[in-house]
Design a protein. Sequence first.
Length: 258
Amino acid sequence: MVYTFHEGHTPVLISVPHAGLNVPDDIMARLSDEGLRLTDTDWHVDRLYAPLKTLGVSMLVATNSRYVIDLNRPRDGSSLYPGQTVTPLCPTETFEGLKIYKDGEEPTATEITERTTKYWQPYHQKLHETLSALKEKHGQAILWDAHSINNRLPRLFDGQLPDLNFGTNDGKVCAADLANDILVIAGADERYTSVLNGRFKGGVITRTYGKPEEGISAIQLEMAQGCYMDQETFEYRKDKASEVQILLVQLFEQLLKS
């Protein structure tokens, strides 16, 4: 199975497209030493959000690595951030520009199409089906796309990212009052810095399924990994995670009031 799914009883769905660590054997054998490290994983995001299931939210988690295919990129390979450095549908370089594959082992166009059918399409089909069902049952649906990233990646952005990077594609995919409520709560927590629609405005998931005019709001959170883990060793830090989870609970309690 290319994903795991937990069914809740509220209108909220958490999507976790980049925490997967599985790489099929035929692809694994072609990865470089750097590729085998899976450095660009959204490490432990599924674990970080798991306690929120007790609030009744649904949760969809991809099992494969983003190096297999990036579920938050358009299936046609187009760029979501024209003019900026981005990674493609099937990445061949890490965020730092290092080769993911051994020389000559990069995926061909035919293979990318096959991976799209096998891995990308089922995840998106489940997203579509779940959001449609939530809207039918509750009259609305809220999609929260959960991500994390190293807060310093000079190839992708200058300086250091804020801790919490919310994205609503400049307001196009989320009801304005909902986004504002989230930003107010995050901004009131002096432990973390936050921004709305800064460097990360949301990927293809929020841009595809967020349709506030139809009762479906979507918001992406790109969290700096230093908030809950050691960015050098990739180790999960329960002490840090428990602190940011307090804020996540507050944010999701607000979603459930919407």
